[in-house]
Design a protein around this ligand. Structure first.
Ligand code: NAI
Length: 405
């Protein structure tokens, strides 16, 4: 019998419904939910008075090890961090990255030593933000960050019914233990919430997942596609991945080259930092998407023929006459630039690696976002504080990067 732990799920969206539902289905976990957004806590609490939360797993129980269809009761849903945080062993953030700061500020006064704080997903820069907001308290905590959500999932009915559409096979995360000495195994605790799948794997260090992030994929494709757009609405939503052309592939490949170069430069200066898990995007696709790819000749053909991307189109807004214009406020730019490309650029800047592809793409993206982040080839615009690049947190040297706490 494992030690009973208390898990606090932060958020009230798709991922939070699943995480809270799975945690509540385990006998050895006490589950709480903190949602500070709007009236979600009150609404969900009222729903729980009359209903259970139903969770279905579309892929069946072979991969997930879960029942295909089950119900749980959530007994503690609150917007009050003073009720939710004290006594929580593991705090899982399951919200879009833009909400991380407000949740960290909300939980900070109540955080106790040996708490595990998990970004699920964390996305690049999560660790910098945790250390910045929690200050010395973070040193007593375990900080974990996972590369994505473990599932594709959608709320069918808020508070009552969530569907898991797909369960990932593996999920990589990193762990920073600091001076913490929790009485439980943090990785085991998170795996206990997930169940049998995905299998959680551990990165060599916290820098490796940043340089291996997939959040660098969307911005260069958006840039290549729309940089010369004439502003006129178009008839059809273009395919995002399978519609890739040579120009977009050149930017995507160029950015990936710069990440690999950054990993090499860091490893050369700090041989103790193992970045062997930083693969070029092309190699990553061949490793993780191979069964879906029809033509493996190049990065261009890989994306054009990857059937895992069937039907996925550019984020577009419909005009009054039924045509379409690109949506530059979609998360492909609003999330993936400040919590992706700008963070990887920040690491390259510290490592002394030139990044012409990053610079050109960020310069265009910042215009679409109405921000001033990069000036020439340096992250020194006035809106750098709206990103999670290391420079924003005063991390400017290789020593500071490697020893963030
Ligand atoms: P979601 O879109 O369901 O999140 C919405 C929730 O975020 C809201 O219910 C609220 O609790 C919170 N929120 C929204 N605005 C807020 C604000 N201004 N302040 C504080 N909280 C606010 O997100 P979802 O689907 O759970 O995804 C979480 C993360 O996982 C995202 O970064 C997403 O890109 C990523 N992801 C999601 C997948 C999915 O299938 N849902 C798959 C892979 C990754």
């Amino acid at each position: 019998m494992t030690k009973k732990i208390t898990v606090l799920v932060c958020g009230g969206g798709n991922g939070a419904h699943v995480t809270a539902g799975l945690a509540a289905s385990r006998d050895d976990i006490e589950t709480r939910v903190l949602t500070t957004f709007s009236d979600e806590a009150e609404r969900w609490t009222n729903i729980m008075k009359e209903n259970d939360l139903r969770i279905t797993v579309d892929e069946g129980d072979i991969k997930s090890g879960e029942s295909v269809d089950f119900k749980v009761k959530l007994n503690c849903i609150t917007k009050d961090p003073s009720k939710a945080v004290p006594g929580a062993d593991v705090i899982i953030f399951t919200v879009p990255a833009f909400a991380h700061q407000s949740y960290l500020e909300a939980i900070e006064p109540y955080i106790q030593p040996n708490t595990t704080i998990v970004g699920m997903p964390g996305q690049p820069g999560f660790e910098f933000q945790v250390f910045d907001v929690l200050k010395d308290k973070a040193k007593q905590c375990v900080v974990m960050s996972f590369e994505s959500l473990p599932w594709a999932c959608r709320i069918a009915e808020f508070g009552k019914f969530v569907q898991i559409l797909m369960v990932k096979v593996n999920l990589m995360g990193c762990i920073i233990r600091g001076q913490s000495k929790p009485s439980y195994d943090p990785m085991e605790a998170v795996q206990r919430v997930m169940g049998k799948a995905p299998i959680l794997t551990q990165a060599n260090n916290y820098i490796e997942p940043i340089l291996a992030t997939k959040s660098i994929i969307h911005p260069p494709i958006m840039y290549g596609k729309w940089k010369d757009w004439d502003g006129k609405p178009i008839e059809k939503k273009p395919l995002f991945y399978q519609g890739l052309d040579e120009e977009q592939a050149r930017y995507l490949g160029g950015i990936s080259d710069e990440l690999v170069a950054t990993a090499k430069a860091i490893a050369a200066q700090k041989p103790e930092v193992d970045l062997s898990g930083v693969l070029h995007l092309y190699d990553w696709y061949l490793r993780d998407h191979k069964p879906y790819i029809k033509d493996t000749t190049s990065l261009l053909t890989v994306l054009q023929t990857d059937t895992a991307y069937d039907g996925l189109v550019h984020p577009m807004k419909e005009t009054e006459d039924g045509k379409f214009v690109p949506d530059f406020r979609y998360r492909y730019l609003t999330e993936d630039v400040p919590n992706g490309l700008v963070v990887t650029k920040g690491l390259a800047q510290i490592a002394g690696v030139p990044t012409p592809f990053h610079d050109e793409v960020i310069a265009w993206c910042q215009k679409q976002l109405g921000k001033d982040i990069i000036v020439g080839d340096e992250l020194k615009g006035k809106d750098i504080g709206s990103t999670r690049c290391p420079q924003r947190y005063g991390i400017n040297t290789m020593d500071a990067l490697v020893n963030i706490m």
